[in-house]
Design a protein around this ligand. Structure first.
Ligand code: FCB
Length: 464
């Protein structure tokens, strides 16, 4: 339980001032002038998610999701911000597509709002919702940009939440049925499919810390939810195979290399336990079809009972790739607490360490084999609204680390910067700007930041 849980433990209000004190990134440490050319066709991309950018929350038949309900509850988000309008992407689709083309993006990762397509989560399809995503994938293909579609980026339809949402085992099948709807609707555009975004964050922040929707604080329930999410992943992979539309699919996991904070045996053993929580409990089921024994041993009977015979075979159904969201490493002391050894950002849960990305990618290869990898998210927020040189430095160093991993034999295919544009950052509302493109929330005008202009050059020369 690391990301954002710092905020949770201190209480949302208590950290209102401190969240803006983030340090900036140190200047590039590497030899100046060193260059790294990426493999031909490398998938330079950017990432967004539906609730964070689309807006149009009640238009054209969209049903509510847990985030609509949660963000409208008093005290849940900074300044009471909601995704009602967000970056108004739903109405500005063509302009945003042109922006992506002008940047030279080769890949774009977005998510589908489940309740835009299925307003009550299952049953009747909302054709207007499907039409929006059709225009999006067609618009990408027309501009030579590969679509990467995330099926679940945290916005469970509220109608399903009222039936227990992911606490209810049936949700895994409802998710697979929805996935099937999307495969049928968009399969001919041959997108890359991603099942879940960061199930860890749903478990840790939505169900344990209670600072994301649905705002529950129950660790046992959280881990049952975690299992059902994974089951949903497996069923959705199987549904793609059954649909016969072809296409590649995988999960997008938030992963963090874990290091002992010092050389003591106690720190080493705590780091192993933390690695089970942070990484292996997600990677092992998806890539090996098993839960790690040391993690399983920490789980109460109620969680183990939720894991039925045959589930792991479903969860471990062979996927075609793995999405990696990387925001930083974790250092663990002998008493099991986290210490920061690198600068943070405005997001105080973030620790900025490009080398951690290299360690993470090479570790996945070492322990899980040559599964094709895509970086589905990496980035930082900054208060430098337009001249975001700190983000340029951050990205340059992370790209260099990725390049070293490729040189070490890692099959990294693409890299999606979080985020294409400023957006609704969940409980932080609009106070954290993660975009390479600035959004003026009053006029909805888009302006390229220094990082976007720099990224355009990186893409054009295929390297840093
Ligand atoms: C990730 C989320 C993404 C965004 C970034 C900053 O955990 O997947 O939606 O909030 O963090």
């Amino acid at each position: 339980m690391r990301r954002r849980s710092l905020l949770a433990l201190a209480g949302l209000g208590a950290l209102a001032g401190c969240a803006r004190t983030g340090a900036t990134v140190q200047p590039a440490a590497g030899p100046s002038g060193a260059s790294a050319t990426f493999p031909p066709g490398f998938g330079w991309g950017a990432s967004t998610s539906a609730y964070q950018i689309e807006g149009a929350a009640t238009e054209d038949g969209r049903g509510p999701s847990v985030w609509d309900v949660f963000s409208h509850e008093a005290g849940r988000t900074r300044n009471g911000d909601t995704g009602d309008v967000a970056a108004d992407h739903y109405h500005r689709l063509t302009g945003d597509l042109d922006l992506m083309r002008d940047l030279g993006l080769r890949s774009y990762r977005f998510s589908v709002s489940w309740s835009r397509v299925l307003p009550t989560g299952r049953g009747a399809v909302n054709q207007q919702g499907l039409d929006f995503y059709r225009r999006l994938v067609d618009g990408l293909r027309e501009r030579g940009i590969a679509p990467v579609v995330t099926l679940f980026h945290w916005d469970t339809p509220q109608a399903l939440q009222e039936l227990g949402g992911w606490e209810n085992r049936d949700c895994a099948q409802w998710f697979a049925d929805y996935a099937h709807t999307m495969y049928t609707a968009l399969g001919d555009a041959d997108p890359t499919w991603l099942t879940l975004n960061e199930p860890k964050t749903v478990v840790d922040v939505g169900y344990t810390a209670g600072i994301h929707a649905p705002g529950k604080r129950d660790r046992q329930l959280a881990n049952i939810v975690g299992h059902h999410l994974l089951l949903g992943h497996g069923l959705a992979v199987q549904a793609l195979r059954a649909a016969g539309t072809g296409g590649r699919i995988g999960a997008a996991l938030s992963l963090s290399p874990v290091y002992p904070a010092d050389e003591t045996d106690a720190a080493r053993s705590q780091a192993t336990a933390s690695d089970a929580e942070e990484n292996r409990r997600w990677l092992d089921p998806v890539l090996k079809g098993s839960y790690p024994q040391d993690w399983l041993a920490t789980q109460p009977a109620a969680v183990r009972t939720a894991m039925r015979d045959g589930d792991l075979a479903v969860i471990g159904t062979a996927s075609d790739l793995l999405g990696v969201n990387y925001y930083g490493p974790t250092h663990i002391t002998g008493t099991g607490s986290r210490v920061m050894k690198h600068p943070t950002s405005q997001a105080t849960w973030q620790e900025i360490d490009p080398n951690g990305l290299y360690d993470l990618l090479t570790r996945i290869k070492r322990d899980y084999g040559d599964v094709p990898l895509t970086i589905t998210e990496n980035g930082m927020p900054t208060t430098n609204a337009f001249d975001d040189q700190d983000r340029v430095t951050f990205l340059r160093e992370h790209f260099a680390a990725a390049h070293r991993a490729i040189a070490a034999g890692v099959k990294l295919e693409s890299y999606h910067v979080w985020s294409l544009m400023d957006n609704f950052e969940w409980a932080e509302g609009y106070t954290q700007r993660w975009g390479m493109v600035h959004v003026d929330y009053t006029t909805q005008q888009r302006t390229l930041k220094a990082s976007a202009r720099w990224y355009k050059e990186v893409i054009a020369r295929n390297g840093v």
